[in-house]
Design a protein around this ligand. Structure first.
Ligand code: HEM
Ligand code: HEM
Length: 185
């Protein structure tokens, strides 16, 4: 379950990868939706709470992914092998995404703490309330949140280039279920 197969990531890695995508999409959707409701309304607060809850879920998912990363063994090789210059970029992108998954929830949590706001799941405050710090952390969280979209977009686009242009199995290695057909692109 944890070990990668020859031509596919481990089940745990695959499940956590796509679950993380769902949770992240939900976090973006709810924070966008909150703008649609008037300030002070219950619906606006509810959208924000959903954003916080989903955002915080990223942390246990990330922990699981890191365990899966370090216990999975070597990542399955891509076949046919893509150009050599892509391997550094791939690794850099993966670690940038992991850093994003760690930084976003922590910045959000720290911002809410500095703002003296209520935290979901009865979590403890990371900092004592301070207005300036609250604004700085919130801005950092929002800026990184905006940078995250092109980062994820590039990552997804790269997997499509692998699949459709280079016709290798980079994407299929991250998809559940289907057996690899020998000789298929
Ligand atoms: C990976 C997880 C997360 C992502 C991708 C994310 C992304 C975002 C984005 C895109 C925004 C809006 C930026 C804008 O308006 O320009 C935002 C706002 C915010 N997020 Fe997150 N976030 C995440 C997790 C969290 C968590 C865990 C918390 C707190 C527990 C949090 C607290 C906030 C707060 C307080 C705001 C400002 C909302 C307001 O306008 O009052 N976020 N986040
Ligand atoms: C939008 C749809 C997405 C697609 C089509 C996609 C596709 C893929 C594919 C094909 C791989 C395997 C790549 C390889 O072995 O080089 C992969 C790995 C990875 N993806 Fe995604 N992904 C998506 C969204 C995301 C999101 C939202 C995140 C996190 C913010 C993410 C983080 C990662 C990480 C960290 C890896 C490396 C996995 C490992 O080696 O443990 N992906 N993705």
């Amino acid at each position: 379950m944890f070990r990668h197969q020859a031509h596919r990531y481990s089940r745990v890695t695959i499940a956590l990868h796509w679950l993380t995508l769902l949770v992240i999409v939900g976090a973006y959707v709810f924070i966008q939706l909150h703008e649609a409701f008037p300030k002070g309304s219950e619906a606006r607060a509810l959208m924000k709470t959903r954003h916080f809850t989903l955002g915080l879920l990223v942390l246990p998912l990330l922990l699981g992914r890191l365990v899966a990363y370090f216990t999975g063994g070597r990542a399955p090789a891509i076949e046919p092998p893509p150009p050599r210059w892509t391997s550094g970029l791939r690794l850099g992108m993966h670690w940038a995404l992991y850093a994003f998954l760690l930084a976003m929830p922590l910045l959000g949590w720290a911002a809410l703490s500095a703002g003296g706001k209520e935290l979901p799941f009865g979590l403890p405050a990371l900092l004592s309330p301070e207005e300036d710090l609250y604004r700085t952390l919130k801005r950092a969280h929002e800026t990184l949140g905006q940078l995250g979209l092109p980062l994820i977009g590039l990552h997804a686009a790269a997997s499509l280039v692998h699949h459709y242009a280079w016709r290798d199995d980079a994407l299929r290695r991250m998809l559940p279920g289907r057996r690899r057909v020998p000789g298929a692109p």
